[in-house]
Design a protein around this ligand. Structure first.
Ligand code: SAH
Ligand code: SF4
Ligand code: F3S
Length: 438
């Protein structure tokens, strides 16, 4: 196979997967390849997600579709590299099943250029080693980024929730060193970022010596040019008082917290190995709200875990009522190969799961709309992130991570004072105001 001259990276997964995709793109560009669209690139990197069965299967259907498109257009099929969490979980099986050229795991993608050269020379090109943090030293500096940028500070997970593949695909919990993160933050700001979202599978487990995530946040808040800090995803067990205090004190830390709980029943939480209770979670929420009353809360839920009864599911609905989320993600349970829950008895029928999911999503949507409606009349800063659908319209985010659209000639990357004037379920309309944000 000819060495590729153009490339395309397609990311399928979580925010960290998107971050990895950006860094792979920067790496390939530094290696001399030119970015192209998916249908014409010589090399397509599929940056995959293994979290649920649907995500994994999508990779295989995508590969088939890409080859067919190339064939119908009379082009040679592109070189295909499978990166990300499916690469880590399935390794050589992907080559056997789909005859792809390169397989590279999420901790080894700094080796992508070398693997692509190996593949072009006809050699096997698979790297699913899990060295802690090795990749970061091998990645080029950040150069041009959007106003809101991601920065991975922590990777991996030691929690082993019984349904979840992440501890196997990302490896053990590791934190990047304080100095490396500050350097990357400064590079992101120089490259145009106004907001940085710190990423980790358990971001609040980040530590460097005595320092915890709250110390890192306080240090980043002092960097000139950085207006906003966010972080995701947090685990309830690692939510320290220091972090709660930071939400009270640090002006640049946005009033938003994504704190997955997964289920409302203690029996289900135990079976999931979540190691926190319903009550423990609700008490945490009380403490966060006491420190930062306007905080917007978000969560993740799994519906239909094996053995979940209707009464146990009702406890999830009750928890949603008790918290009043500003937004939340919810998923049907998907059995994952190699996880303990996959062999549990009591699988819930798909129709039953769908029915529960719909009820849960109706409750979440109701609260999301209520949260947005309660924001009408507020004057806040909006970070302008992109042009809107209509000419003259721009889109941005409120401090509470709501999408806000407004008719204003505001440049992308500006922070402007906006009055929120109208609420829908997924976004708000705003009007630019001259005065400083309240
Ligand atoms: N580390 C984060 C995110 C993990 S993956 C955390 O612990 O919160 C994101 C979400 O996917 C999880 O919070 C969970 O709600 C969902 N998820 C994980 N495994 C799943 C599975 N097997 N089936 C359905 N949803 C799953
Ligand atoms: Fe998965 Fe649980 Fe770890 Fe989150 S805390 S990544 S859900 S094992
Ligand atoms: Fe998916 Fe891996 Fe993220 S499994 S959710 S891409 S950590």
């Amino acid at each position: 196979m000819r060495a590729p001259r153009t490339f395309h990276v397609k990311s399928f997964g979580c925010q960290m997967n998107v971050y990895d995709g950006e860094r792979m793109s920067e790496l390939m560009a530094t290696d001399g390849l030119v970015a192209a669209d998916a249908d014409s690139a010589d090399l397509v990197v599929l940056n995959t997600c293994h979290i649920r069965e649907k995500a994994t299967e999508k990779v295989y259907s995508d590969i088939g579709r890409m080859r067919k498109t190339a064939r119908l257009a009379g082009r040679a099929a592109p070189m295909i590299a499978v990166a990300g969490c499916v690469a880590q979980a399935e390794g050589e099986e992907i080559v056997a099943r789909a005859k792809v050229d390169v397989v590279v795991g999420p901790q080894a993608y700094h080796r992508l250029p070398a693997l692509v050269r190996d593949a072009a020379a006809g050699a096997p090109a698979i790297d699913t080693a899990l060295p802690a943090l090795a990749k970061f030293a091998g990645l080029p500096a950040r150069r041009r980024v959007a106003p809101s940028a991601f920065l991975t500070v922590q990777e991996g997970c030691d929690k082993f929730c019984t349904y979840c593949v992440v501890p196997y695909t990302r490896g053990a919990e590791v934190s990047r060193p304080f100095a490396a993160i500050v350097d990357e933050a400064k590079a992101l700001i120089d490259a145009g970022a106004k907001e940085i979202t710190l990423l980790g599978q358990n971001v609040n487990a980040w530590a460097d010596g005595e320092q915890g995530l709250h110390d890192l946040i306080r240090a980043l808040d002092r960097i000139p040019g950085l207006a906003r800090i966010r972080y995701t995803t947090s685990h309830p067990n690692d939510l320290t008082q220091g972090l709660i205090d930071a939400h009270r004190d640090v002006a640049g830390l946005m009033p938003f917290l994504h704190l997955p709980v997964q289920a409302g029943s203690d029996r289900v939480l135990r079976a999931m190995n979540r190691s926190h209770t319903r009550d423990g979670y609700l008490r945490l929420i009380d403490r966060i709200r006491a420190a930062r009353p306007d905080i917007a809360l978000s969560g993740d839920f799994i519906v239909g875990f094996p053995g979940e009864t209707e009464a146990e599911f009702a406890e999830t609905l009750g928890l949603v009522d008790a918290v009043g989320y500003a937004q939340a993600f919810s998923f049907n349970y998907s059995p994952r190969p190699g996880t303990p829950a996959a062999t549990l008895p009591g699988r819930i029928a798909p129709e039953e799961m769908n029915e529960r999911l719909q009820r849960l999503q109706a409750a979440i949507n109701r609260d999301q709309l209520a949260f947005n409606r309660a924001s009408v009349g507020r004057i806040c800063e909006v970070l302008i992130e992109r042009p809107g659908k209509r000419p003259g319209q721009v889109l941005g985010k409120s401090p509470w991570l709501q999408s806000v659209h407004l008719d204003a000639a505001a440049p992308i990357g500006d922070l402007i004072a906006v009055e929120l004037v109208e609420a829908g379920p997924n976004s708000l309309a705003g009007v630019a105001r001259i005065q400083a944000a309240a």
